[in-house]
Write a protein that binds this ligand. Structure first.
Ligand code: SAM
Ligand code: SF4
Ligand code: SF4
Length: 343
C-alpha cells in the first residue's frame, strides 16, 4: 500500500466522495430549494470507466474509503456496474453509498451483490406530508421500503436526518425510535450553510447541544461513546440508557476540519478539497487530454499537499453570517452547489 499524502495541516488524504450525477428526483429545501437549476452538460459526465480509473489513482495516493453520492446516485443507470469496478480494487476497504432511498428497494440486492459495503439513507421526517412539502416528493413509503430492503440485503444502514428548526426538530425521538425499529442507526446533521442552501439562516440550525438536551429530556442520561468509528469520522456517537446508539454531525457549530481527510470528485471530474472550496481542479480535461495515471497522481497529490482548507471553521468566524452564495452565484458556477459536489 502506498503511504498517504498529507496537507498543510498534516491531514492525510484517506477518503473520497464521488458524485456520480448532479441530478436529483427530490428538492430538499436545505439543498435544492430553487425551481430551476443549471445542470452539468451530459457529455462532461465521466463514464464509469473514467470514474473507476480516477478512483484507482486516488487509491494509489492512499485513499481507502469511497462514498458514492450525488445528486441522487441511484438515478445513474446501472450503478452496480461502477460498484463492481471499484470492488475489484482490494485497496478500497470501504465502499459506501449515500442515497435519498426513493429507488433503493429495487436496487439493494444488486448493489450488495456488486460489492457495496454500506448504505446511508437520508430521511428527515416520518411524516409523508412533511416530505411532500419540504422536499417536493411523495415517495416517503418508497424510502422506508428502501431501508427495509437494504437491511434485508445484508447492509448495515445509517439514517441521515438534517435537523431544521420548525420543520422536523419535533421528530428527534420519533427518528431515534424509527431507526431502532429498523435495525439502523440515526445520524442527526446540523443544517449547514453550504452552497445550494439559499434559505439557510442561523436561527434554523439546531445545535448538537440542543439535540442532546432534547433527547436527554425524553430518555434520561445520554452517554457519549468514547470513540468515533474512526478518528476522522464526522459523527460523534452517543448511547441511550437502553444501549441504542445514535450520532450527531455537528458540522455547523463544532466543525471537525482538523481531522478532515476527505476529497470530493464531481460527476464531471472536478476535484474539490473542501465542501466550501470556491474552486476545483479539472481532472476530466487532463484525463481526456491523454494524461497518464502518474500525471493524474502528481496533480492530485500536489493539490492535496497545498491544501489549507478549513471551510466550516472559517464560516464560524463570520460575524453577520448569511447564505454562502446567492442564486446568481450558484447559476454562474453549478460546481458550488451541494448537489453537484456531493454531501
Ligand atoms: N441525494 C442523496 C441524499 O440525499 O442522501 C445524496 C446526496 S446529498 C447532497 C448528501 C447528504 O447531504 C444528505 O444526507 C443531505 O441530507 C445532506 N445535505 C444536503 N444539504 C445539506 C445542508 N444544507 N446541511 C446539511 N446537510 C445537507
Ligand atoms: Fe435532497 Fe439529496 Fe437531492 Fe439534495 S441531493 S435535494 S439532499 S435528495
Ligand atoms: Fe472538511 Fe471542508 Fe468540511 Fe472542514 S468544511 S470538514 S475541511 S470538507
Amino acid at each position: 500500500m502506498s503511504a498517504s499524502v498529507h496537507d498543510q495541516s498534516h491531514r492525510p488524504l484517506a477518503s473520497l466522495r464521488v458524485s456520480v450525477t448532479d441530478r436529483c428526483n427530490m428538492r430538499c429545501r436545505y439543498c435544492m430549494p430553487e425551481d430551476e437549476y443549471v445542470w452539468l452538460p451530459r457529455e462532461s459526465i465521466l463514464t464509469f470507466e473514467e470514474t473507476a480509473r480516477v478512483v484507482a489513482v486516488f487509491a494509489d495516493t492512499g485513499v481507502q474509503r469511497v462514498r458514492l453520492t450525488g445528486g441522487e446516485p441511484l438515478l445513474r443507470q446501472e450503478l452496480d456496474v461502477l460498484i463492481g469496478l471499484l470492488a475489484r480494487d482490494q485497496r478500497l476497504t470501504d465502499i459506501a453509498l449515500t442515497t435519498n432511498g426513493t429507488l433503493l428497494a429495487d436496487h439493494a440486492a444488486q448493489l450488495r451483490a456488486a460489492g457495496l459495503h454500506r448504505v446511508t439513507v437520508s430521511l428527515d421526517t416520518l411524516r409523508p406530508e412533511r416530505m411532500r412539502e419540504f422536499a417536493r416528493s411523495g415517495r416517503h413509503a418508497d424510502v422506508v421500503r428502501g431501508i427495509v430492503a437494504a437491511r434485508a440485503a445484508g447492509f448495515s444502514v445509517k439514517v441521515n436526518a438534517v435537523v431544521v428548526r420548525g420543520f422536523n426538530d419535533d421528530e428527534l425521538v420519533d427518528l431515534v425510535e424509527f431507526a431502532r425499529g429498523h435495525d439502523a442507526e440515526v445520524r442527526f446533521i446540523e443544517y449547514m450553510d453550504v452552497g445550494g442552501a439559499t434559505q439557510w439562516s442561523r436561527d434554523d440550525v439546531v445545535s448538537r447541544h440542543e439535540i442532546l438536551d432534547r433527547l436527554a429530556r425524553r430518555y434520561g442520561t445520554v452517554a457519549p461513546l468514547p470513540e468515533r468509528t474512526r478518528p476522522s469520522a464526522p459523527a460523534a456517537r452517543y448511547r441511550l440508557p437502553d444501549g441504542t446508539a445514535f450520532g450527531i454531525i455537528a458540522s455547523t457549530t463544532e466543525p471537525f476540519c482538523g481531522t478532515c481527510d476527505r476529497a470530493r470528485l464531481t460527476a464531471d471530474g472536478h476535484l474539490f478539497l473542501c465542501l466550501y472550496a470556491q474552486h476545483g481542479l479539472d481532472l476530466r480535461e487532463r484525463l481526456r487530454g491523454g494524461a497518464s495515471d502518474a500525471d493524474l497522481r502528481e496533480l492530485i497529490e500536489g493539490a492535496w499537499r497545498r491544501r489549507a482548507d478549513r471551510g466550516a471553521e472559517e464560516r464560524l468566524g463570520v460575524g453577520e453570517r448569511g447564505v454562502l452564495y446567492q442564486v446568481e452565484g450558484l447559476r454562474a458556477d453549478p460546481h458550488r452547489e451541494m448537489h453537484t459536489r456531493g454531501g
